[in-house]
Design a protein. Structure first.
Length: 496
């Protein structure tokens, strides 16, 4: 069963004083469960010492050498068992996630269910996704071979550096394909979700995966470089901030190791005159505030044609203002607290900077009255955002939307691309020419038409520009950590 919260200050397995490690921004962060609704530290954890990290690296390398020889059927049976355990324990792990990072409980349950679905999806499809590829026979003969094929072999030990905002899903969407491909995983999770991290390591072990197949490393960010440089680690994947991505990519480049990076996003949400404005506005609310607004693929910049700007703005602002902010354990809550105090401070600074420079908060723009504890922030809509405001170029990681009025689709596309990020995008229209132009010209890893961006096991997920590189999910994702190996066999020269 997943670990549950304990009384404040209760030690974890003989814990010493709380371990601290610098974050990518240079602040220190304890490895601890801190309830974001109250700011109260519920449980602290020791970071692994060097000997503990070494044991896990040795176990991973030893297991990788054997696990890569297992069959797809054997791996699938183990992964389905993990899905069954997760489904049986959904309520407990959902409460753990909500306690650690503040997402509404209903959303936490949905996250757990999505993880189980992804496990089953890869268990059923991995073998076909990694099936041998056979070039055209004419090309094989031209290459001087009797036969040639491409096979997908696992790389080995993959380090996963994962964030707190979807503490289960971000990990499983790496782990499910990686394990089905024959790789083994080492998880360095965010320091504020240690109980979820430990649960994940134990889940795969309880499902029957060999010891060392998937392990959690309770370490601070300062210890990541040594793990990544270790020759037993073949590759790394990171979902997180741009500074963290740059750090991992730099080290991996120095030692020539494969990486996949999924970093920040400031996704555009384009609304054109032919759209269903009522539906576009209603979906916009969910697209912005899901997970308390702390989602890389959340719609953040709402770019609206002038002909429908006023109607969309009125509907959208009213719905944002009507959201219920409160205790994420309550079923009636729409928006809970931000996950960290530092995250709320960063968001406040972005909003305050925009307002000082002339933007207008149509709703929100402050801490909600009556919330003296915790890291709550009101759902906010900012109009009149202009270049030069920080929020115009920086990612707002919280329930804050920015509105832009545009004259036509060309201006909308220009505005959509005026960002260092390129994760995903949204378009609302009934015009096929609009769809064709946005699909061609918007710089993003995805274009979602008349709906909000969402990840699914069948669809590749990732971005361009400073949103990172590589892809997760689908066949593209499972092949990221495989060695595509050419098997060439010469023709028998003595054959008639």
């Amino acid at each position: 069963m997943p670990p549950g919260p304990r009384d404040a200050g209760a030690p974890e397995r003989g814990a010493r004083p709380v371990s601290r490690a610098p974050t990518e921004e240079g602040r220190t962060m304890p490895i601890a469960t801190v309830d974001p609704t109250t700011g109260r530290t519920l449980r602290t954890f020791d970071a692994l010492d060097e000997a503990g990290v070494e044991r896990r690296l040795a176990d991973a390398a030893r297991t990788a050498a054997e696990y890569r020889r297992t069959t797809f059927a054997q791996r699938a049976a183990l992964l389905i068992r993990a899905a069954e355990l997760l489904e049986a324990e959904t309520e407990d792990i959902a409460r753990t996630m909500t306690t650690e990072m503040g997402k509404p409980l209903a959303a936490a349950r949905a996250e757990a269910a999505k993880c189980a679905k992804a496990m089953r999806w890869y268990a059923a499809r991995a073998e076909s996704l990694l099936a041998d590829e056979h070039p055209d026979q004419a090309d094989v003969r031209d290459a001087g071979a009797a036969t040639a094929r491409v096979v997908y072999r696992p790389l080995g030990v993959v380090l996963a550096v994962m964030p707190w905002n979807f503490p289960l899903w971000q990990v499983v969407r790496f782990a499910a394909p990686a394990l089905m491909a024959g790789n083994v995983g080492l998880l360095k999770h965010a320091s504020n979700v240690p109980q979820t991290a430990l649960y994940l390591g134990e889940l795969f072990q309880r499902a029957g995966f060999p010891r060392g197949c998937f392990q959690t490393l309770l370490i601070g960010s300062a210890a990541v470089e040594d793990v990544l440089r270790d020759p037993r680690v073949a590759a790394a994947t990171l979902t997180g901030s741009e500074p963290a991505g740059r750090a991992v990519a730099s080290v991996a480049g120095d030692v020539v190791k494969k990486t996949v990076l999924e970093l920040g996003g400031s996704d555009p949400y384009i609304v054109m005159p032919s759209a269903d404005i009522a539906k576009a506005a209603a979906t916009a609310v969910t697209a912005r505030v899901q997970n308390n607004g702390q989602s890389c693929i959340a719609a953040k910049r709402f770019i609206v044609h002038t002909d429908v700007y006023d109607e969309f703005t009125e509907r959208f602002t009213a719905a944002m203002a009507d959201l219920t902010v409160g205790d994420p354990m309550q079923e009636s809550t729409d928006v809970g607290p931000l996950a960290t105090e530092a995250g709320r401070k960063d968001l406040e600074e972005l909003v305050d900077d925009a307002v000082r420079q002339g933007a207008t908060a149509l709703c929100g723009g402050r801490r909600p009255p009556g919330f003296d504890q915790g890291w709550f922030y009101e759902p906010t809509v900012l109009a009149g955002v202009t270049p030069g405001m920080r929020i115009d170029q920086e990612e707002a990681f919280g329930p804050v939307a920015t509105l832009y009025r545009v004259a036509d689709l060309d201006e909308a596309v220009q505005r959509a691309n005026d960002t260092p990020f390129g994760l995903s995008s949204n378009l609302w229209t009934r015009d096929e020419d609009d769809i064709a132009q946005v699909a061609r010209d918007v710089q993003a890893g995805g274009v979602f038409v008349n709906g909000m961006t969402a990840s699914h096991p069948a669809l590749p997920f990732g971005g361009v520009k400073r949103s990172g590189y590589g892809r997760e999910l689908s066949g593209h994702g499972i092949r990221e950590f495989c060695n595509a190996t050419t098997i060439w066999q010469a023709a028998d020269q003595d054959a008639p």
